[in-house]
Design a protein around this ligand. Sequence first.
Ligand code: RTP
Ligand code: MG
Length: 143
Amino acid sequence: MANERTLSIIKPDAVAGNNIGAIYSRFEEAGLKIVAAKMLHLDDKKAGGFYAEHAERPFYNALVSFMTSGPVVVSVLEGENAIAKHREIMGATNPADAAEGTIRADFASSIDENAVHGSDSAESAAREISYFFNDDEVCARTR
Ligand code: RTP
Ligand code: MG
């Protein structure tokens, strides 16, 4: 298995709910290392560009509106098989379908306000990490 990096966003609902630390604990308990982190309040341009692949979908405007509704915590996670492992501990997009013990099952209220984002492929991870972080903002912990 490869050592990978993936992008995490703790979304506005989870930040507002005081769940940053609890969600970071889930990452660390799963063996994912936090190698970059920042809190941001996204504007329409930054959130809309991030989800540009969904621009034609019916939920796009609501998604951008939600993602700009309050601060988010954007992080880079690193570890063995990090992309799939992160998606696994996040749980399904709709928390009603998310497996017991996953982040979305425990912290998300609906498909529209679902607590976390995680990159879905190596290509997405590379694009999403560089969308939020310069190279010198990611602190290597594996040498
Ligand atoms: P994310 O990108 O946020 O990690 O979520 P995801 O991969 O699990 O889901 P994705 O298909 O990429 O959709 C992005 C976000 O759009 C909202 N969504 N709503 N109403 C709907 O049918 C619907 N489908 C997607 C969700 O909030 C999802 O996280
Ligand atoms: Mg997605």
